[in-house]
Design a protein around this ligand. Structure first.
Ligand code: SF4
Length: 292
């Protein structure tokens, strides 16, 4: 019998749930005058749904004159928030507490006189927010090669919340070479770590991995990279209709995981399409011996 294994941790994390809840509450209070700069979470389908409910997603803060502004889950540079407050907007800060922790630890390290290294994607909104929290006085790196080029007496390190654990360990090892004193704060989000660990375990025992979530979502993209690096054929999709039957030729078991901003409805749709493609397949929650 063919099997579909669904990750126990697949889907919404607490940070994304919190952001959506705060946005819905704001929309209930003041429909049509609620704004976000860019996507409040990296899930295009969910953002579209919130737009249907009245959320205004803008790409430039100059488009916002009044109303309520939601700070997205990844945070926002301080100067944007100051400017919007000056214009009299009500600010609802939906920055995930784990992201806040990265900002806070970065500030602490700067205050203590450490040369700050931020490990992550320099183009990601979370990292732009962390840089802003320390007045841009930090270096962003994302590879072991870059880490090996860092040298200094007192170097402090924080990580993007969704950075993969094994890559973080490699970078730490790379930094040891050139730094006399290295102070590292583990700012990886445990919800991301749970997903990554489970995805690795699944990728080791199934024939194919399906990773569901926004292509612009760092944690989803990293999940797909991690399972592919385990040698398991991996497909990253946003919606069920992207599944292609030829991916499953000769396949007996499929692992399914999803990023932290992927709602359960999307996962259910993928399971339903997978069942059709595979024919008669049992659906299990990974690591739990109960048929779904
Ligand atoms: S993945 Fe972690 S850091 Fe990102 S929003 Fe969710 S809980 Fe927060």
């Amino acid at each position: 019998m063919k099997r579909i294994e669904i990750g126990r941790f697949a889907g919404f994390c607490s940070g994304v749930e919190r952001t959506i809840r705060m946005t819905m509450e704001a929309l209930n209070k003041d429909k049509n005058r609620v704004y976000s700069l860019g996507q409040i979470i990296h899930n295009p389908q969910m953002v579209r749904r919130l737009e249907e409910l009245g959320l205004n997603v803008v790409s430039d803060i100059n488009e916002i004159k009044e109303g309520i502004f939601i700070v997205r889950s990844h945070g926002l540079p301080d100067n944007y928030i100051r400017e919007l407050k000056k214009r009299g907007l009500k600010i609802i800060d939906a920055t995930c507490p784990f992201v806040k922790k990265v900002q806070e630890k970065a500030r602490v390290l700067k205050k203590q006189g450490y040369e700050l290294i931020i490990v992550g994607d320099s183009q990601h909104p979370e990292i732009k927010g962390v840089l802003s929290a320390v007045s841009e006085k930090a270096t962003v790196i994302s590879t072991k090669d870059e880490a090996e080029l860092v040298s200094g007496k007192r170097v402090g390190v924080v990580f993007q919340t969704t950075f993969p654990l094994s890559w973080s360990q490699d970078i730490e090892a790379g930094l040891l070479d050139g730094c006399q004193e290295l102070k590292v704060y583990n700012t990886l989000c445990f919800e991301t770590l749970n997903r990554q660990k489970e995805a690795i375990e699944m990728a080791r025992v199934v024939d194919v991995m399906i990773v569901v979530g926004g292509k612009n979502s760092a944690n989803t993209t990293n999940l797909a990279k991690i399972t592919a690096s385990c040698g398991c054929p991996t497909y990253h999709i946003e919606e069920a209709r992207e599944l292609q039957s030829e991916w499953f030729d000769g396949v007996c078991s499929v692992g399914l995981t999803a990023g932290a901003s992927t709602q359960s409805l999307l996962i259910d749709e993928v399971v339903s399409n997978l069942k059709q493609i595979l024919g008669d397949a049992e659906v299990h929650i990974f690591g739990v011996d109960l048929q779904k």
